[in-house]
Design a binder for this molecule. Structure first.
Ligand SMILES: Nc1ncnc2c1ncn2[C@@H]1O[C@H](COP(=O)(O)O)[C@@H](OP(=O)(O)O)[C@H]1O
Ligand SMILES: [Mg+2]
Length: 251
């Protein structure tokens, strides 16, 4: 058991896994192909996070992208939802910094209560207990980040109807943290995703005062029996209504 708060533990674990991934990438990117590097990163970061969680929070359950789904989590009151390497594709591409480590804690009856997203190439860990709230109006055209490889079909409608600037980027965590930092105003996704892709980013984004929901405006729910959570909107609160309207009725 570790006496750190849950949010501090999440930040420490995400940072450690991020360090491991940076070291692995530097050592092996010229030796093995990109796919093998990504697989190795997924596995090693998962082992580190699972080992640390079982030592530091032995009574809690875990839902990880890289482990078999242990359904006993459905009766647990505390479940860590982790994505050891989000943006595996970009991690395996030389020079790319748009990948992240996600560590979130879900608690029964409360939702995500602690979260951290490490962006190792930036040397930054965003955590739910230590994140600035953005203020002031959006200056200039709205900047919307979408998946680099799988942008949603309604991206063209957002661009046309909101005169938005669309920015392609890898990793759900990297896109959400671009909004948290104020480098983008919204992150919109549809067509497929899993709870581990958004749990930690949403935990940090909510702590930063951002709007987070499904694209139909309903709440994002975690620790469901089938952890598929295919779409989301993370944006500055004043943009939520107009973005949800376009997404609900693309032309
Ligand atoms: N249509 C889809 N179905 C399942 N997962 C998807 C998806 N689109 C994106 N994702 C997942 O969401 C994360 C961010 O994707 P993107 O960069 O395209 O926005 C990636 O996580 P992983 O890298 O952890 O697999 C990716 O696998
Ligand atoms: Mg992911």
């Amino acid at each position: 058991m570790n006496t750190l708060s849950d949010a501090r533990l999440a930040a420490e674990l995400a940072a450690e896994a991020g360090e491991l991934l940076l070291t692995l990438r530097a050592a092996e990117q010229d030796l093995i192909d990109g796919k093998a590097l990504g697989r190795k990163g997924d596995q090693l970061a998962n082992v580190l996070l699972l080992d640390r969680l079982s030592a530091d929070r032995p009574d809690d359950s875990v839902l990880s992208e890289e482990s078999a789904d242990d359904k006993s989590r459905l009766n647990a009151s505390r479940v860590w939802i982790i994505d050891p390497l989000d943006g595996t594709r970009e991690f395996s591409m030389p020079g790319r910094g748009d990948w992240a480590v996600h560590v979130a804690l879900w608690e029964a009856g409360q939702g995500i209560t602690a979260a951290a997203v490490a962006m190792p190439v930036l040397g930054t860990v965003y955590a739910s207990d230590d994140v600035a709230v953005l203020s002031g109006p959006v200056d200039g055209p709205i900047r919307i980040v979408v998946s680099d490889s799988r942008p949603p079909a309604f991206t063209v409608d957002l661009e046309a109807q909101l005169s938005a600037r669309i920015i392609g980027m890898g990793s759900a965590g990297a896109k959400a943290m671009a909004v948290v930092r104020g480098d983008a105003d919204a992150y919109v996704h549809a067509g497929g995703q899993w709870e581990w892709d958004s749990a930690a980013p949403v935990g940090v984004a909510l702590a930063a005062g951002l709007h987070c929901s499904r694209i139909d405006g309903s709440p994002l729910r975690y620790n469901e029996s089938h952890p598929y959570l295919p779409d989301l909107v993370i944006c500055r609160p004043e943009l939520a209504e107009s973005i949800l309207e376009v997404v609900a009725d693309p032309r």
